[in-house]
Write a protein that binds this ligand. Structure first.
Ligand SMILES: Cc1cc2nc3c(=O)[nH]c(=O)nc-3n(C[C@H](O)[C@H](O)[C@H](O)COP(=O)(O)O)c2cc1C
Length: 209
């Protein structure tokens, strides 16, 4: 009998959900996915409709196809990994929509104020919001990188509400004591800090000693 290729749920490698929502800073989400895959982790990726356009505008990378299957192919080919699985934001029947599907946590990088609000208020209107809602109800790790400037009181209240629920609010704010040479250094620092929040090893920046 032909042996089946292992699926994401059958093997023992850590499994993370990564959502890229429609805020500026899509490069952080793309870089985060690259790092998780480099560590051989499984990634369930959800990209919102606006995020596809922002990824295109900001990075020049085209991940969106005319169908879900085509987007999945483009994503798999871009990241050159079998450990990534793309889910449409409209697919509320995706595995990550259920608490019975085990994951090790979820990142929303970058997190728009709309998605932040949807998560803070349990709106669960698309797969990103639903998956985050599930992570919260199951008491698993949720890390958000909210991006907006300046924040209004609604944004801040949503962040505070989530923080009090144990969510890590990790805005993509770079530091400069590393003396970054280019945009890649800045992106790696921010993504490294996001991975730190999840307790994931990396060598994206040199630590302060
Ligand atoms: C080029 C571009 C940049 C944007 N940047 C941000 C941003 O940094 N933060 C934010 O909250 N919304 C931003 N928006 C607006 C969101 O994309 C919009 O509110 C959208 O409805 C978010 O939906 P989503 O969270 O489902 O992706 C941006 C929109 C565009 C087109």
């Amino acid at each position: 009998m032909k042996r089946q290729a292992p699926t994401l749920t059958q093997d023992k490698k850590p499994t993370f959900i990564v959502a890229v929502s429609g805020a500026s800073g899509s490069i952080y989400g793309v870089r985060l996915v690259e790092e998780l895959l480099k560590s051989q982790y499984n990634v369930h990726l959800c990209i919102s409709t606006t995020a596809f356009s922002i990824i295109r505008v900001e990075t020049g990378i085209e991940l969106e196809g005319t169908t879900v299957a085509e987007s999945a192919r483009k994503i798999q080919s871009h990241f050159s990994s079998r450990n990534i699985r793309y889910h449409s934001e409209h697919n509320l029947a995706a595995p990550v929509s259920s608490g019975s599907f085990m994951t090790d946590g979820m990142f929303v990088v970058p997190c728009s104020m709309k998605t932040l609000s949807g998560i803070a208020n349990g709106y669960a209107n698309n797969l990103i919001e639903r998956a985050a809602d599930v992570i919260l109800k199951e008491g698993r790790r949720l890390i958000l990188a909210p991006r907006e400037m300046p924040f209004n009181s609604i944004h801040l209240e949503n962040m505070l509400k989530l923080s009090r629920l144990g969510v890590t609010i990790a805005p993509p704010v770079p530091a400069f004591y590393q003396k970054p040479k280019d945009i890649h250094d800045i992106v790696d620092f921010v993504v490294g800090k996001i991975l730190d929040s999840a307790g994931i090893q990396h060598d994206l920046f040199k630590r302060w000693e």
